[in-house]
Design a protein around this ligand. Structure first.
Ligand SMILES: Cc1cc2nc3c(=O)[nH]c(=O)nc-3n(C[C@H](O)[C@H](O)[C@H](O)COP(=O)(O)OP(=O)(O)OC[C@H]3O[C@@H](n4cnc5c(N)ncnc54)[C@H](O)[C@@H]3O)c2cc1C
Length: 393
């Protein structure tokens, strides 16, 4: 049996990772991405678990890494005193750094922008993907990596919808060079958390847009989790200055001035001096709402859901991207083991990925509830270590 012809719907990090792996296996792969232009920086920094950059580390080793390492996991109090500083080796990057590297590895020829999946016919012998421009494409396997608001999932399982967790992440970056000497020293080698009343913030360095990973060229990323209940506060926050109601993300430039002013004024009251500098130094703040998404199924005939399209994690284990990549690696392994037979591969692939996603979802939900609502997040708790499989891994 030959390798299947693969269509990947959604060309972000999850879709691109599956695409390069299946292409390298010998499949003919096309990526169909809804956006008209190459994807832009979303959500600034990300924690990079080993599987997220495995494609690069396995091919080239140290020089091909797309992240930087910080060696301390630190908690600070409001005054800036260090409550705990554990030696650690987590890696950090920018979403766009990884996206650009994957896109370069895949190449532009089969990466099709402006191609929105609107439906499919999932037959026993082939799958036909229907696009918003009226055209259709045929394949043997359709990998749907179309994110939390997945079109494919809404067709297959309309009852599986993301549930708002009751809080959002305020996010942004500040150039390291613009910070005070004290802040630069604090952040030189540390990711810093501060546990707040019904919330928390974490701050860490990531490479700059040129990929530079050493001080003072890096940028400093912050992620501040704050509660906005549904039924008023959340909807008000997510309405932009033109009255447009947004569901998941308020991109830079869309958050209303009154909310920016309130956020900065609260920051002055509650944040440690170094973290405050990072937040105040950012002039392109964005907001991402936090959701849970459970799904009972990931494989459907010749189609599968991967990444956020299948199961959406709260960000506290920093593994959403890693899970999307893990789904792609496991799919590659399953196709290899099944000699390219799509049905056998998907049947072997699905149970492990469902179990992995649901376990991570349960863990990250507990963490969110503890920090945002129960006030039981404890500085230095080893269970807070990032990881897809377990804390630290
Ligand atoms: C605050 C916050 C912090 C986070 N931090 C981290 C972190 O540190 N580490 C980490 O690993 N993860 C983190 N995550 C999670 C991570 O961002 C997501 O899990 C990840 O982006 C999911 O990748 P994906 O490829 O599945 O989907 P997405 O990145 O959402 O990509 C979906 C793609 O599909 C396209 N698309 C949508 N519909 C269609 C369609 N109909 N046809 C064609 N294309 C379509 C979209 O344009 C998009 O490009 C964080 C998330 C949040 C909210």
């Amino acid at each position: 049996m030959g390798w299947p012809r693969v269509l990947v719907a959604g060309g972000s990090i999850g879709g691109l990772t599956a695409a390069v792996l299946l292409r390298d296996l010998g499949c003919e792969v096309d990526v169909l991405e809804r956006s008209q232009a190459a994807l832009e920086d979303r959500g600034a920094g990300i924690v990079v678990l080993p599987i997220t950059e495995r494609y690069f580390t396995e091919r080239g080793g140290e020089d091909d890494r797309v992240s930087l390492e910080l060696t301390y996991w630190t908690y600070m109090d409001r005054e800036g005193n260090v409550l705990s500083a554990d030696p650690d080796h987590f890696r950090f990057s920018g979403w766009s750094t990884i996206y650009r590297s994957l896109l370069q590895a895949f190449g532009p020829d089969r990466y099709h922008l402006g191609k929105e999946m609107v439906g499919f016919d999932n037959r026993t012998d082939q799958v036909t993907l229907h696009l918003a421009d009226g055209s259709s494409v045929e394949g043997d396997l359709l990998v749907c990596a179309d994110g939390l608001l997945s079109t494919a999932r809404s067709i297959l399982m309309p009852e599986a919808t993301p549930r708002y967790a009751g809080y959002v992440a305020w996010r942004g970056t500040t150039p390291e060079a613009a910070l005070s000497e004290q802040a630069r020293a604090d952040l030189a080698d540390s990711m810093i958390y501060q546990v707040l009343d019904h919330g928390h913030i974490l701050v860490y360095a990531i490479p700059d847009h040129e990929g530079r990973t050493t001080p003072p060229h890096r940028v400093i990323n912050f992620v501040w989790y704050r509660n906005y209940p549904l039924g008023g506060a959340f909807e008000d926050l997510m309405r932009d200055e033109h009255g447009l109601q947004r569901t998941g993300t308020m991109p830079p430039g869309t958050v209303r001035q009154e909310h920016l002013t309130e956020m900065r004024s609260t920051a002055t009251e509650v944040l440690a001096p170094t973290l405050l500098e990072v937040v105040m130094g950012c002039d392109e703040t964005l907001i991402q709402a936090v959701f849970d998404l459970e799904s009972p199924q990931m494989a459907f005939g010749r189609l599968c859901l991967i990444g956020d399209a299948a199961i959406g994690l709260r960000p506290h284990v920093a593994a959403g991207q890693a899970k999307a990549c893990a789904d792609g690696w496991a799919l590659r392994d399953a196709l290899l083991a099944a000699n390219g037979d799509v049905s056998s591969a998907l049947a072997a692939w699905e149970p492990g990925q469902l179990a992995l996603g649901n376990r991570a979802l349960a863990r990250t939900r507990e963490m969110g509830v503890a920090s945002q609502f129960e006030g039981t997040m404890v500085p230095g708790d080893p269970n807070w270590k990032f990881g897809l499989w377990e804390p630290g891994n």
